[in-house]
Design a protein around this ligand. Structure first.
Ligand code: NI
Length: 185
């Protein structure tokens, strides 16, 4: 079971390392990693589990955040229609994206970052993505809103990029061209 003590924090080189494509069929270890990453997110959104294990709530987790260089991440969140999205994306790719951008008005956070980093993180407003599922099926998806933002945040992790790399250093709250803010309740 993944706990906070297993989550790699900023400063560790694994967070700056590009992860490697996963081959299919998955090994037992790869499958276990995928299941455990998703389970962490599910647990972290369950009040009882949060209290019992002192978990920090999260909606996404990438393999290098738990010290693995496998190209996979988990997402567990609701879309803007209140529908639950819960999956592990293996060898994920953005196949196309909108010109329009977005950003979370209150900024982004990360399980690997124990501080608030203020500023807007520009993201594509809509993306079409492809990835492999745990069962080796190719999945294509269109995402917008929070799921699109979270997907881009996690894909960045797999390329060694942290969210704050994308914040304007001179002016963290500089207006982002062609962007509509995403307001998180
Ligand atoms: Ni993160």
């Amino acid at each position: 079971m993944i706990l906070m003590e297993h989550i790699i924090r900023e400063g560790h080189p694994v967070l700056r390392t590009r992860t490697e494509e996963v081959t299919f069929p998955l090994t037992k270890e790869d499958r276990k990693l995928a299941e455990e990453m998703l389970q962490y997110l599910i647990n972290s959104q369950d009040e009882e589990m949060v209290e019992k294990y002192n978990l920090r709530p999260g909606i996404g987790l990438a393999a290098n955040q738990v010290n693995s260089l496998k190209r996979m991440f988990a997402l567990h969140l609701e879309d803007d229609k209140g529908e639950q999205l819960s999956f592990v994306a293996i060898n994920p790719k953005i196949v196309s994206h909108s010109v329009e951008q977005t950003y979370i008005e209150s900024g982004e956070g990360c399980l690997s970052v124990d501080r608030v980093v203020p500023g807007y993180v520009p993201r594509y407003a809509r993306i079409t993505v492809k990835f492999m599922t745990v069962d080796g099926k190719e999945q294509k998806m269109r995402l917008k809103g929070l799921p699109a933002i979270a997907f881009q945040h996690e894909l960045d992790h797999l390329n060694g990029i942290m969210f704050f790399d994308r914040i304007n250093e001179q002016n963290p709250f500089a207006e982002i061209p062609d962007a509509t803010p995403f307001i998180r309740e």
